[in-house]
Design a protein around this ligand. Sequence first.
Ligand SMILES: *[C@@H]1O[C@H](CO)[C@@H](O)[C@H](O)[C@H]1NC(C)=O
Ligand SMILES: *[C@@H]1O[C@H](CO)[C@@H](O)[C@H](O)[C@H]1NC(C)=O
Ligand SMILES: *[C@@H]1O[C@H](CO)[C@@H](O)[C@H](O)[C@H]1NC(C)=O
Ligand SMILES: *[C@@H]1O[C@H](CO)[C@@H](O)[C@H](O)[C@H]1NC(C)=O
Ligand SMILES: *[C@@H]1O[C@H](CO)[C@@H](O)[C@H](O)[C@H]1NC(C)=O
Length: 535
Amino acid sequence: MYCEELFLILLVLIVKNKNTSEKCTSLHHINVLEGEPFHLKPCDISPSSHKNEALTIKWSKMNTLHDRIELDTSSSPRITSQGYSLEFWPVQLDDEGTYFSQVGNDEQNWTLTVIKRNEHSCFSGKLVYSRKVESKKLLHIPCEDSYYQKLINSTSLYKNCKKISPLKKNADPGDQGYYSCVLSIHHNGKQYNLTKTFNITIVEGHNNIIPVLLGPKLEHTEVELGKDVELNCSALLNEHDKFYWNIIKNDSLYPNVHEDKNVTTWISDGKLHASKILRIEKVTEKNLNFSYNCAVVNTEATDTKSFILFRKEMADIPGHVFTSGIIVAIFTSVAVVCLVIMCVIYKVDLVLFYRHLVERDETLTDGKIYDAFVSYLKDCHQENGEEHTFAVQTLPRVLEKQFGYKLCIFERDVMPGGAVVDEVHSLIEKSRRLIIVLSKSYMTNESRFELESGLHKALVERKIKIIIIEFMPVSDLTLLPQSLKLLKSYRVLKWKTNESLSYNSRFWKNLLYLMPAKAKPDGGDSETLPVLSVP
Ligand SMILES: *[C@@H]1O[C@H](CO)[C@@H](O)[C@H](O)[C@H]1NC(C)=O
Ligand SMILES: *[C@@H]1O[C@H](CO)[C@@H](O)[C@H](O)[C@H]1NC(C)=O
Ligand SMILES: *[C@@H]1O[C@H](CO)[C@@H](O)[C@H](O)[C@H]1NC(C)=O
Ligand SMILES: *[C@@H]1O[C@H](CO)[C@@H](O)[C@H](O)[C@H]1NC(C)=O
Ligand SMILES: *[C@@H]1O[C@H](CO)[C@@H](O)[C@H](O)[C@H]1NC(C)=O
């Protein structure tokens, strides 16, 4: 509010030229409208002379013929002298000319141009006061005149010569136009019009924002030497703010640095934004660790921002190499996983193949005599016949004849009589494996001793490894010694009469796998015997 009032006062001051005396005429070239009251008054009449009533003022006029004639103000009612003023009631076209006033030694002059009244307009274009009013600021047309103030009878306001009511409002673009204020003045019983016309132009208020650069004040940009780089500086600013990259143009030190001439602007949220690019072609060492500054400046504020280039740490992997790298890695891992799975599935075959390939032999240096001690049910009851045949005939046929192992089968290899317990004990100690042929009756049989003794060595002394062959399905496992259940399941082989006949069957491969590695004796019977003897 305060500002608006101040603006108004300023407007009045300009119109009235008030800083000299309100009644004095300071301009030297004056335009007046034909038919309006008018007056001239010299300025700076010294107070001493002012007080001295004896000092009189003399008026003279120089006409177009350059004759200077003293004016007789008492003879004409139209042109009168009032105090130190010369008044025209009203001014006429033939009043044009140069007027002189003389008070004592002080002489002043004015050149008067009388403008002919335009029949079609309420004012003359040559007699307007141009005023700019900011949009949204108070618009007020002052209708007053300090000299004739006491004589003013009424005032009326016209906009573009159409009468309007007195105006006091906030300006908008529609308010632009010519405002004529007509003061009705009475003098000597006559009415005169004094017209003042203002050419009002509405201007955009400069509601300047404080310009700012967007983003952090210091930005580090990774670059690769030899590549081009674009630094993008963006600002929130006013239309006429200065926005630039602070670089020396055509700098011979940095010939590869160019400020883009183009400024990209856009409006967002009703606010003006701009961005300007600094191009650095083929970045060199010199461009690194150097501060490139961008600035936005107006009369009220300044903002700057720095960009520093630094070398990219690692060599960049091009996109396609990266992608194919990932694909290769995936395929490799899938392949590895497959390989591991295959290895697990075909572990036994692989181990056997490996043993065969390197002719590995674990049996040479351990000082033992037998590769395996075979424990089975020794009583030849009818129901154990098959088991007996398997242990005494089939096992040796395959393991000894075909694969060159040396078995210890108590019934076959040990003479009857003697201390059975000691004998068994020492035989087991001389064997590398304990093969237990398991069947239902085994559990209840005396041979259980062998089992227990072997288990003791296997589990406590860790001297012998046990291989269990489930010859018949053992349903009631509760009969087995507790320790047997601790054996790893792969050490238990199931004999299947129908499927285990071939040497290539899983059963024999697994058995060979559990047996110690042994090089096959050379020139052994190359002829392959059937697993089961043909009855
Ligand atoms: C009024 O003001 C406008 C804008 O400032 C200007 O273009 C025009 O010439 C002015 N008119 C007169 C009669 O001075
Ligand atoms: C103007 O003033 C004069 C006397 O001062 C008066 O006679 C006249 O009626 C007034 N006119 C108007 C329109 O007020
Ligand atoms: C003064 O202006 C009024 C209208 O505003 C008009 O009626 C009147 O005749 C004018 N007087 C003179 C002397 O021009
Ligand atoms: C610069 O950044 C501004 C936004 O921050 C974006 O609008 C403009 O498109 C960018 N200019 C270039 C050339 O990338
Ligand atoms: C600037 O902009 C104009 C028009 O969009 C385009 O033709 C010109 O190439 C640009 N100049 C630069 C240096 O980008």
